[in-house]
Design a protein around this ligand. Structure first.
Ligand code: GLP
Length: 259
């Protein structure tokens, strides 16, 4: 796990976007895993700018979203399909048929989950997975005590995640308790993972993920076991890390080496 601490959330987004650009420049037909939520929004904005400036192209890329609510159709502003179209896909040169989001409206959700896994395999597997993290340490919608060997499936959201995400829904609006999410093992099969987080509200989750034990109570902690994971966080999200200055020192040495 490589921990990269940046002063601001803007710098977190800039560095993450740069990593996606390098990935696309090295392999135009990359398969990307996409996260939703506030954390990656600015990164997507930067990628849109770079694509419009013709510095990168998604024309040969394929994108898989991590998760989707059960019961929201793609025209619902809180659905993750809507989010991806609005924040990224509608503004870049990707072929829409190469963008995938789990089908939260499928009659047979288990079958849809199985097919999602198959599509990822058929596409050659995920080259670069972008992740956010929930305050309770979830990745995708893999809530605490999810099996660390789980595959794409239906998950019931915890009360804390439900409450955290309530800010996106109007008070009278239906907010799903269920989601289809890539499993933890599905995520772990990505060749490279970039997890991003900003703000003090994420500091406990980041501490548990980076420096705590590997445990299903903090699903993101399994990333300690992934050989190519970068954790890109701002100062506030890094504020509870015991070895924060060590991570900063390692990074500064690397930057000196490669500058
Ligand atoms: C949601 C999503 C996750 C996301 C998390 C954090 O529950 N399913 O994929 O990482 O929230 O979201 P945010 O970036 O808004 O804090």
């Amino acid at each position: 796990m490589e921990v990269i601490v940046r002063k601001t959330s803007e710098e977190v987004s800039q560095l993450t976007a740069q990593m996606v650009c390098v990935q696309l420049q090295q392999k135009p037909q990359s398969v990307l895993g996409m996260a939703t939520g506030e954390s990656p929004k600015r990164t997507y904005e930067i990628l849109v700018e770079k694509c419009k400036a013709k510095q990168i192209s998604f024309s040969k890329a394929t994108c898989f979203s991590l998760d989707e609510y059960v019961g929201l159709d793609s025209s619902h502003p809180q659905s993750y399909r809507y989010y991806m179209n609005k924040n990224l896909y509608s503004h870049i040169d990707i072929e829409m048929q190469n963008t995938f989001v789990p089908d939260g409206l499928a009659k047979n959700l288990q079958q849809a989950a199985k097919e999602y896994e198959e599509k990822i395999v058929q596409s050659g597997g995920i080259d670069l997975q972008i992740l956010g993290i929930g305050r309770n340490g979830h990745i995708g919608f893999n809530e605490p005590t999810s099996s660390l060997a789980s595959r794409t499936r239906i998950k019931t959201l915890t009360e804390s995640t439900f409450k955290d995400n309530a800010r996106f829904f109007a008070p009278s609006e239906f907010q799903p308790h269920l989601a289809l999410t890539m499993g933890i093992e599905t995520i772990m099969e990505a060749k490279m993972i970039v997890l991003i987080a900003s703000g003090e509200a994420k500091a406990d989750a980041i501490k548990a993920m980076v420096e705590g034990p590997i445990t299903a109570i903090c699903p993101a902690s399994i990333l300690q076991y992934h050989p190519k994971t970068k954790v890109i966080i701002d100062e506030a999200a890094a504020s509870k890390l015991q070895l924060k200055s060590y991570y900063q020192w390692v990074r500064s040495q690397q930057e000196k080496l490669f500058s």
